[in-house]
Design a protein around this ligand. Structure first.
Ligand code: GLA
Length: 393
């Protein structure tokens, strides 16, 4: 039987042919991602444990003989055409697309155009990084199309520059790293100090990972995310004034004697989150290695409390989802996931109890907020895949 990923690829190829009347030269398919632990620490040189999931975005691309970039999104049923360097645009998805192309081949002397089709089964706006999947699949397919070699680090940097320069979000590198570097049957710790990776084989047969979407849209581009980034920068500056040898928050975790008491209360709480979250990533590694599901659950919930109280990125709806889950024995633990301010929770559930858990939570949520919450049982998959020579495939 064909997987949903194969069906998506097949369908994208066909849409491309129907639209442009020839076969695409290259296809890239990128998964979405979740983050098990290590939240809001990627932009402070911290540690995270993200992983790609079985929802995909597919891009088919070819050079054309025109002077324009023609792009069609099957999900939006919209298209646009633009000149490569004309960025006087547009809608936000245009910025993602054009920024990704420019960050891949913008400095090549290419005078022709491109045809693209985008097709995805990653739900948008649910905190599972449909936008990182879009960036990555365009960057990887474009690099392949132009035979440009790029290391993983460079690919991640190219994608991050799309966020920073074109979309205007000062995000870290968590999302793109997950979508690019994940390996099925494992999770990994990424160290954002040097982008080094530590893969950890997993055996999650007796448990399930379930996402619950609060339906409250996160506005990542909104000032709240940037506010946290700025607060961290400010806190670090103050601490460096006191100790010139300090370079980042990781140095603090290593010097147990180091005091952050001089910081104003709000900044101190932000730093407490960063330091404790980095430690939780290490504890999570041990809990996962030993299949200690109760410990995994406890660490998730500790992270939630810190994101709620220290980092203040939760919302009342998300806290309701987590607090209500505590009533069930099948719930090992969970937390708010991703950028926060709404979005989804990630939960570890006893195998076999997924449907009961989802029904219980959905009913409660519906009663309380008069709106349903969507759920997703996820599995972990490999990172982005790029295929050329499509005609021969
Ligand atoms: C968003 C950003 C990431 C990361 C997370 C929080 O997903 O894109 O870079 O900061 O929020 O961990």
């Amino acid at each position: 039987m064909k997987s949903s990923k194969d069906i998506l690829i097949e369908r994208t190829k066909n849409i491309f042919f129907e639209r442009y009347n020839y076969h695409p030269e290259v296809i890239s398919v990128s998964p979405g991602r979740v983050n098990i632990i290590g939240e809001h620490v990627d932009y402070t040189d911290g540690l995270s444990m993200p992983v790609a999931i079985n929802k995909y975005l597919c891009v088919a691309i070819s050079k054309n003989n025109k002077k324009t970039i023609d792009v069609y999104s099957e999900n939006l049923k919209e298209s646009f055409a633009t000149k490569l360097h004309d960025i006087s645009n547009h809608k936000i998805w245009h910025k993602y697309v054009q920024g990704s192309i420019l960050e891949s081949v913008g400095d090549l002397d290419y005078k022709g155009g491109l045809d693209l089709v985008i097709n995805s089964n990653i739900p948008m706006g649910k905190g599972i990084s449909s936008s990182a999947a879009l960036e990555l699949s365009i960057v990887c397919s474009t690099l392949k199309l132009f035979d440009v070699n790029s290391t993983n680090e460079e690919i991640i940097d190219r994608c991050q520059r799309v966020d920073h320069k074109y979309v205007g979000i000062k995000s870290g590198k968590l999302d793109q790293s997950a979508c690019l570097l994940s390996k099925r049957n494992s999770v990994f710790i990424i160290d954002f100090l040097d982008l080094s990776i530590d893969y950890i084989p997993v055996n999650f047969e007796k448990v399930s990972w379930v996402l619950i979407d609060s339906g409250i849209r996160r506005e990542l581009a909104s000032s709240k995310y940037h506010k946290r980034v700025e607060e961290c920068e400010e806190a670090l500056k103050i601490l460096i004034k006191e100790d010139k040898n300090l370079k980042n928050f990781r140095d603090i975790s290593e010097r147990e004697y180091f005091s952050i008491d001089s910081l104003p209360s709000k900044l101190r709480r932000r730093v407490v989150h960063i330091i404790s979250e980095n430690k939780r990533v290490i504890s999570m590694k041990n809990a996962i290695k030993n299949n200690h599901f109760l410990d995994i659950g406890t660490i998730l919930y500790e992270s939630h409390k810190s994101l709620r109280d220290n980092y203040e990125v939760s919302s009342k709806e998300i806290d309701f989802l987590i607090d209500s889950s505590k009533e069930l024995d099948c719930w090992y633990g969970g937390r708010i996931m991703g950028g926060g301010f709404g979005g989804s929770t990630i939960n570890l559930i006893k195998e076999g109890a997924e449907e009961a858990y989802i029904e219980f939570i959905s009913d409660l949520y519906k009663k309380k907020y008069n709106t349903p919450c969507e759920s997703m049982i996820i599995s972990f998959v490999d990172g982005v895949k790029t295929i050329d020579n499509i005609r021969a495939n």
